[in-house]
Design a binder for this molecule. Sequence first.
Ligand code: GLN
Length: 304
Amino acid sequence: MNYNKIFSKINRALNKTEDLGKVATYISELGNVDPSKFGVHLTTINHQHYQFGDAEEKFSIQSIAKVLSLVLAYKLEGEKLWERVGVEPSGTSFNSLFQLEFNLGIPRNPLINSGALVISDILVSHLKNPKDEFIAFVRSISGNPNIDYCPRIAESEKLTGHRNAALVNLMKSFGNIKNDIDVVLDFYFNLCSIEMTCKELSGTFLFLAAYGVNPYTNERVISISKSKRVNAIMQTCGFYDEAGEFSFKVGLPGKSGVGGGIVAILPHKYSIAVWSPRLNKKGNSSKGIKFLELFTTETEISIF
Ligand code: GLN
């Protein structure tokens, strides 16, 4: 299929309507990004590449990185992981506090902030040099030694990270955070600060379209069963209180970030990354979702 042609066609259609989304400013560094940026990159499991627009420009992947920390924690901890974090969609915003109190400090899933903070705590417990070992893991699955944290973004987020501090403190009070809260928060802010281009992002997630095997190196990243479960969690929880809508419109497992990125996979076929910084009210890229909706409509393939 000539995806490049489809990309241009969809872009022409989208340019006819005004994007009313707003760039995230609660992390002040994210507010400095040009809102008109737009990039797409699709990588097939047979190593074909298709792209459009600003596909080779780095951006902050933010919560998309939560999938990668989940994968590593799941590898290290196995099924015991699910004693400390659930697998149910939250139906609440990514940084919501009230459900966590009700659920006695057990986050509904690993892709909301509270869940990713528990996953960060687990990684801090398992790894000797958590930040170094985690980024080495990301580099290994992406096959790209240049992928890195952005200290500027991590620092900026730390300055306004009061809700995340509240979440981690609440969970600590329930005994679901084992390490020092500042260490856990520092790991989490760095995790969210990772930068990638659309091309790098789609390549990094390709193993989830290939049943857990990295198609570049043929190395198994996670088992088939774990890969299935991670995809299921992306499908049901990847867009917070918009996860149902994303499934309904796009029909692929995916994950968003407040940097305006979205990655989605079609098992056995491709991984696609889209970047457009203007966010809708749920904190997901508005043009990104629209683009992917038109993409699966146009190609007539989704997981459903
Ligand atoms: N770093 C962001 C935060 O903790 C991640 C949120 C997101 O991308 N949805 O608020």
